[in-house]
Each structure stands twice: as structure tokens, then as C-alpha cells.
Design a protein around this ligand. Structure first.
Ligand code: HSE
Length: 437
């Protein structure tokens, strides 16, 4: 008789109910592929009577996810509650302590407690699987941990938040305001319960923290990530980017540098010709640069019930097959402490948008400040000048956009401080880092 893998699911939102449906839909194929029947036997959620469109009467019900995690009647605990503390953390710790493997989609929990949980899982000889925690349906965890075993990774960067990419894409293509696009994303169910997690870059940072550990064999340090959100991006930036051959994306980037691993989340200008620039809407994408493969880009749905459930089911299939691998690819004791490269030492090109009082000598003064700091300009453009007869006084202030060649973060910041001190600017400068393929 075929063995059964008994699964308990805590959290029956969009993803939890989709996991139940997918396991039903592919029951036979999964049994054939893994040699075991993967069977949900128990569930836990907030409201028992809520209509979720699935029959729950066949499962044991637990009001308390921690009690489900401790139940002797399950082999695997699937955590889809969310949140870095509270019930999610307590239930996952309980399941591991009770000798059960855990599958989770909880990026916040892993970013904060991933090392401690992986260590506990190792000690108990159980699995901690989290394919669904980063980029939804894209199998990026497996790709990094298994597919790239024969590579040294130099950089990993990606669009890891569908809400932000949706907002930036809609702003660019439909010329809509930031607020209108955020509202749409919320209505479509992409955004986190608190959308500041999305637009402030924190959701991306949680995911990047996990990818960094896998890519570079280091411990997780979420505090080592420099985070900027997309709130300051305006239509003027998107239009200037378009004219200059770029798109603006919220990227999470982790890169090996001479001073350590640089981790940053910020709006980024990417050349329109790059693979990452083609990713529009709620889609996620991850690009990996490595010595043997050179560059690989994976793209696909990063949020949504079925796509995320696909990743949960893939983890369950691994467990059913008996495949067992250290959660972060190496035993926790062998992960190197993360050496943080300071953002001030970041080296790259910059887009700078200045709102400049239209006085003779203003552009020359800006260019001089750049030159004094050893910054070479790829372009300097005064935008929106409406013909030779336009009077200077009616054009005050005017937008001036600079693109620099590679320089250091501390250098461009220093140059901009001098420009501000010269008194030609009507507003704070807008600075966007450029990421090249
Ligand atoms: N709010 C997230 C996003 C959902 O927009 O991508 C998946 O983590």
C-alpha cells in the first residue's frame, strides 16, 4: 500500500485554499511523482464558518495553529499565517520541536528568525522549506540552492514585489498617479495588508535577505539592507527615464564587492534593453550573475493564490520524495557571517533630477560641482523648454536631468551637497541609482 504524507495547514486565505485545491487536482500525479499520497488531514484558521469554496468537513479542525503544529496526526506543518512573530513563529517553533518538517511562505519570519529556525530544524533532523516565501511561483530557492551548486554567484537582483512593479508599470504606461495605481493594486489583491510593506521596500527586503543567504552562503542579516521605497518616484522621473532609454523598477540587489556583500532595495533605473526592464505588471523576476552560467533571468507570477500554492506544493513534493537538504544549502554553522558593504561605497551610475532656478550660470555651476568631485557626466539635459521664444522668467524653476558615469555613492552625495549649497535648487534633488546588466 502507498504511504501517506499527512499535512496540516495553518492559514486558509487565498494561498491556503489554493494549496488544498492543487493537492486535490494533482493528487494522482503527485503520488506517481513522489511515491507517497500527499494528504491534508488537518487545518487551522481564524473563522471556521467562513465560505472558502472548499469542503473542510473532511479535515480535522484546530482553532489554535500551535495545537495543530503539535498534533501527532500530521507529518508536515504548513504555515501560511504570516507575520514575523505571534502565532506563526510559535507554531513553526512548536512543529520543529515536535519533530515535524515545516513548509512556510513567511518571508518576514525567515528574514528575522530564519537562522534560529534552520538551526532548530537541523538539530531535529527535519526540513524547513520556504520556496513560496520569495517570488511566489518562481522556483528561485531551488534554483539557487540546487541549480547553482556548481557556480560562484557574483550578483543577484530582482523585482520581488508585484505591487510595486504593478504601480510603476501603470504609472509609466497609463500616466496615472501613484495613489491611483496603489488603489488598483489593493483592489486586485496584490498588496500586503499594510501596503507600506510593499511600497516602502520592506517586503522586497525580507525576500532579498533570504536570497542573499542562499546566493552567498552567508547568515541572514536583514539590518544590513539599505532600503528605499517607491513613494518619491514621480511621473517626471518615469518620463525622463523613458527619454533616456531607461525604466524605473524597485529592485532588491545583493552583490559581492571588495568590501563585502552589498544589499540594497531601492527604485532603480535599468536600461530598456535589459531582461529585467521587460517585466511589467504584477510579474516578478530574478536575475543571477554567476561564473559558469553568466546571467540567468527567471520571470513569473510573484503573488496570487495558485502561483504561491504551486511553490508550497513543490516543497511538499520534495518532502514526500524524501529529499532532504539544509534549508540554506549549508549547515547553519558553515554559513559565513555576513560582511556588510556600506552603501556609501556603492559604485555605479546615477540619475539625478534637479529643479533648478533658471539663472545664467546655473547649469555650468552644476557641471562644475560634478567635475570638482571627479564625476563624469554621460548626459545633462534641461527638459521641458518650450521653444526659443519662451522667456526665462516663465520657466523658473526648470528640471535638469543628469546621468553620471560610474562613481561612488559618497561622491555623488558630496557633489549634490555642494550644488544645494550654491543655492540654485528649488527642491531637494532626486537621486536614482542605475543598475547595468
Ligand atoms: N505583496 C506581495 C507583492 C505579495 O506585492 O508581491 C507577495 O509576497
Amino acid at each position: 500500500m502507498m504511504r501517506h504524507l499527512r499535512v496540516g495547514i495553518a492559514g486558509l486565505g487565498t494561498v491556503g485554499t489554493a494549496v488544498v485545491r492543487l493537492l486535490d487536482r494533482h493528487a494522482q500525479a503527485l503520488a506517481a511523482r513522489t511515491g507517497q499520497r500527499i494528504e491534508v488531514t488537518a487545518v487551522s484558521a481564524k473563522a471556521r464558518d467562513k465560505d472558502r469554496g472548499i469542503d473542510l468537513s473532511r479535515f480535522a479542525w484546530f482553532d489554535d495553529p500551535v495545537a495543530l503544529a503539535a498534533s501527532p496526526d500530521i507529518d508536515v506543518f504548513v504555515e501560511l499565517i504570516g507575520g514575523e512573530e505571534g502565532a506563526a513563529r510559535a507554531a513553526v517553533e512548536t512543529a520543529i520541536a515536535a519533530g515535524k518538517s515545516v513548509v512556510t511562505a513567511n518571508k518576514a519570519l525567515l528574514a528575522k528568525h530564519g537562522m534560529a529556525l534552520a538551526r532548530a530544524a537541523e538539530e531535529k533532523g527535519v526540513a524547513l522549506a520556504f520556496e513560496a516565501s520569495v517570488a511566489g511561483g518562481i522556483p528561485v530557492i531551488k534554483t539557487l540552492r540546487e541549480g547553482f551548486a556548481g557556480n560562484a554567484i557574483e550578483r543577484i537582483y530582482g523585482i520581488l514585489n508585484g505591487t510595486c512593479n504593478y504601480i510603476l508599470s501603470r504609472m509609466e504606461t497609463e500616466k496615472l498617479s501613484f495613489a491611483a495605481c496603489l488603489r488598483e493594486a489593493q483592489e486586485l489583491g496584490y498588496a500586503e495588508a499594510d501596503p507600506t510593506f510593499d511600497i516602502g521596500g520592506f517586503d522586497t527586503a525580507h525576500k532579498l535577505a533570504i536570497l542573499t543567504a542562499l546566493a552567498f552562503g552567508t547568515t541572514i542579516d536583514p539590518d544590513a539592507i539599505a532600503i528605499e521605497g517607491i513613494e518619491t518616484i514621480t511621473l517626471a522621473d518615469l518620463e525622463a527615464a523613458d527619454e533616456l532609454g531607461y525604466r524605473v523598477k524597485l529592485l532588491g540587489v545583493a552583490q559581492k564587492t571588495l568590501s563585502g556583500i552589498e544589499q540594497r532595495v531601492h527604485p532603480t533605473m535599468v536600461p530598456k534593453s535589459s531582461a529585467i526592464a521587460q517585466i511589467m505588471g504584477v510579474i516578478n523576476a530574478v536575475s543571477i550573475n554567476a561564473d559558469a552560467v553568466h546571467e540567468l533571468t527567471l520571470a513569473g507570477p510573484g503573488a496570487g493564490g495558485e502561483a504561491t500554492a504551486s511553490a508550497v506544493v513543490a516543497d511538499l513534493a520534495d518532502l514526500a520524495r524524501g529529499s532532504h537538504i539544509a534549508p540554506f544549502g549549508l549547515p547553519v554553522a558553515d554559513l559565513a557571517p555576513l560582511q556588510r558593504a556600506p552603501l556609501q561605497m556603492h559604485e555605479g551610475g546615477y540619475y539625478v533630477r534637479l529643479s533648478v532656478h533658471n539663472r545664467p550660470g546655473a547649469a555650468a555651476a552644476i557641471a562644475t560641482r560634478m567635475a570638482e568631485n571627479g564625476i563624469s557626466l554621460e548626459s545633462i539635459v534641461q527638459r521641458n523648454v518650450s521653444g526659443s521664444r519662451a522667456k526665462a522668467a516663465t520657466l523658473d524653476p526648470v528640471p535638469v536631468v543628469l546621468i553620471t558615469y560610474a562613481t561612488y555613492e559618497k561622491t555623488i552625495r558630496q557633489a549634490l551637497e555642494s550644488v544645494v549649497a550654491d543655492g540654485y535648487l528649488a527642491e531637494k534633488p532626486q537621486l536614482i541609482r542605475i543598475e547595468r546588466e
